[in-house]
Design a protein around this ligand. Structure first.
Ligand code: ATP
Ligand code: CA
Ligand code: CA
Length: 402
């Protein structure tokens, strides 16, 4: 199995950063491991006092280390301690995954933002470097985020486990968040999609023959729909509505529904019958913009079917929520009228990249791009519109299996 990313070993330009991060997290998690008291409003306040100095020779509270002299900041450690508890993350597992001897893997910058992504060796956690503004957004929304995930156990929004900052003496600050890897699974992910519901630029820029399992495909690369058993469909739509309501109220836009697919049949990626590049070859750029997703073959019947005869559904839903792990029961089902093939798949998904506030720069981006293309097709739109378009899109790619 091809694992995404490259191990960060000695000599890598971000090796020290990784060491600092590991030292910092070990310190933070260790420090708060024994105390689990009720949260107080003050815990949501990102205090300055959470800076800790890590001199190489060690100090009263920090161990000696081989890396550069640095300072470390924890944001709202008590809140994240509670969040990890809520998300059933075992403290020892968490520490071993991030700070164990195995090095982290750096994913080849999957996004356009310039953020770095690190994956723990066990694949469970992703560490992403973020901008100052993103930390601000997260800290500002933390009380309502906490309420939201507490209230909705099946929420699809990113699970955050920690926010930190590293500052080498005389160097730049690097801020990062630790979150759950949506694709941590015993099943191999064959295809992955990052979907926003907008069309402008939403197509992979990779040449067709370079597209593989770890390529993140986008809206315009998707040419099939997901058929969900009725109750699952309803639960999904209900939960997405709750999550979008939350994001909208927080003034957030630019998030995506990230979907990973595991094909249950003996499915070879190379001879995949899905012609994922059809849209790219048959439509010109302008047409894509004009049509704004209308090419999705809604009337043609689904190619992918989910959730039929799923055993122990209730248990799974409540346990892993809508990371819908489903499938089975499709092998003897007849493909619907005009559809090609129906695949039996296991689906993993969640809403990611939820720290972009619709601020002045996003407003300008919208205004600027609006001169050139249909304003409704671009990613930067106000949070209300964004959420509506996102939900409409989800309604089109998921269909109810009646
Ligand atoms: P941009 O702002 O340009 O969209 P970004 O740098 O903010 O990009 P994200 O959108 O957060 O990056 O993530 C980029 C890609 O990284 C996603 O499309 C996905 O492939 C992968 N990724 C991000 N978060 C997760 C996650 N929690 N689990 C699994 N994969 C993820
Ligand atoms: Ca993104
Ligand atoms: Ca982003």
């Amino acid at each position: 199995v091809k694992k995404p990313g490259k191990a960060l070993s000695k000599g890598h330009k971000n090796y020290d950063l990784m060491l600092n991060l590991q030292l910092g997290i070990r310190y933070t998690v260790g420090k708060h491991a024994s105390i689990l008291r009720e949260l107080r409003p003050g815990d949501f306040d990102p205090k300055e006092k959470y800076w800790t100095r890590f001199p190489p020779e060690g100090s009263k509270s920090t161990p000696p280390h081989q890396s550069v002299d640095f300072r470390w900041k924890d944001y709202c450690p008590m809140v994240f301690r509670h969040l990890r508890e809520l998300f059933a993350i075992d403290t020892a597992d968490y520490m071993v995954a991030i700070c164990g001897n195995d090095t982290l893997r750096e994913m080849s910058s999957p996004g356009k933002s310039g953020s770095l992504f690190y994956l723990t060796q066990d694949d469970r956690f992703i560490i992403k470097t973020v901008k100052k503004s993103e930390v601000k957004v997260l800290i500002r929304m933390l009380p309502s985020y906490y309420q939201h995930v507490l209230q909705y156990k099946n929420s699809l929004v990113t699970k955050f486990f920690g926010v930190h900052c590293v500052k080498p003496v005389g160097g730049q600050k690097t801020r990062f968040i630790v979150m759950g890897n949506l694709f941590h699974s015993e099943y191999r992910i064959h295809k992955r999609f990052d979907l926003k519901g907008s069309s402008h630029g939403r197509i992979t820029d990779k040449p067709e023959k370079e597209i593989d399992e770890i390529t993140t495909l986008k809206d315009l690369d998707l040419n099939f729909v997901f058929r969900l058993e009725q109750s699952w469909f309803q639960e999904l739509i209900w939960q997405i509505n709750r999550d979008c309501q939350f994001l909208e109220a927080e003034g957030i836009m630019d998030y995506s529904l990230l979907i990973g697919l595991h094909f249950r049949d003996d499915y070879a990626v190379d001879d995949a019958p899905l012609d994922l590049c059809a849209a790219k070859t048959s439509l010109h750029h302008d047409e894509i913009i004009m049509q704004d997703m209308k090419w999705i073959p809604i009337g043609r019947g689904p190619l992918i079917r989910l959730g039929a005869n799923m055993p122990a559904r209730a248990e799974r839903v409540s346990k892993v929520g809508l990371d819908l792990q489903t499938g089975s029961g499709c092998s003897n089902s007849t493909p619907s009228e005009s559809s090609g093939e129906i695949f039996d798949v296991i689906l993993y998904f969640g809403i990611i990249d939820i720290l972009q506030y619709y601020d002045i720069s996003k407003k300008l981006e919208h205004a600027y791009k609006s001169f050139h293309v249909d304003p409704t097709s671009i990613s930067s739109v106000d949070p209300k519109l964004y959420s509506k378009r996102f939900r409409d899109f989800i309604h089109r790619i998921f269909v109810e299996d009646k």
